[in-house]
Design a protein around this ligand. Structure first.
Ligand code: FES
Length: 205
């Protein structure tokens, strides 16, 4: 015969077992669940460069006789355009070979613009044709290095084209801002100011 006391002891044991069985599987499921914070966190690339206050670092190689003079014209005419660039005067755009451009990236540039005289106006006859050839080589190298082609640009700007100089700068600054910082240079290089003369550029080489 089963007494009341024995029956209640058995009931308690059964209840305990049922609770344990219920709790066990639910713990396992919780452990496998991906953290909602991880899944919803935006990736760093998803952040807009402009939204992060990114100011692009741009180097402009401008030939002395046309594009550098075009920048002067823009200044004299009080044309408003982005100040986020450093201009390096070279005697002719033909001087700017792939090593020039790549070194500018090593120094912490996010974008490089090469600018010279229109065809037929080069003071060294065909220096700008050479610049165009060099630029194609630079593009290939940029692609090989896994960089965006949009980080480099070639433009022909005359001494009289101050307005155009400002427009090209504004366009290029927007383009590089959209691309975000270049990953070529390390943090230390990016902390230093970019060179603003050929002498300074060569000194840092
Ligand atoms: Fe201007 Fe040669 S002098 S491109």
């Amino acid at each position: 015969m089963v007494t009341k006391k024995t029956a209640s002891k058995k009931d308690t044991k059964l209840k305990k077992r049922t609770v344990k069985e219920k709790v066990k599987p639910s713990r396992k499921v919780e452990g496998r669940k991906p953290s909602p914070a991880k899944g919803s966190k935006p990736s760093p690339t998803a952040k807009g460069a402009e939204g992060d206050g990114f100011i692009p670092r741009i180097v402009v190689f401008a030939c002395n006789w046309c594009s550098y003079a075009g920048a002067d014209t823009a200044g004299i005419s009080h044309i408003q355009y982005s100040p986020h660039f450093r201009i390096i005067r070279v005697m002719c755009s033909g001087r700017v070979n792939p090593a020039f451009v790549l070194h500018a990236f090593e120094l912490g540039a996010d974008g490089v613009l090469v600018s010279g005289c229109h065809f037929g106006d080069c003071h060294y006859i065909n220096g700008n044709e050479r610049a165009a050839e060099q630029f194609e080589k630079t593009k290939k190298l940029i692609r090989l290095l896994g960089m965006e082609e949009g980080r480099i640009r070639l433009e022909w700007i005359s001494a009289a084209e101050g307005v155009r100089f400002g427009q090209v700068i504004d366009e290029f600054v927007s383009q590089i801002t959209a691309l975000g910082p270049s990953k070529v240079a390390d943090v230390k290089a990016r902390e230093k100011p970019l060179p603003d003369s050929l002498e300074e550029y060569e000194r840092q080489s």
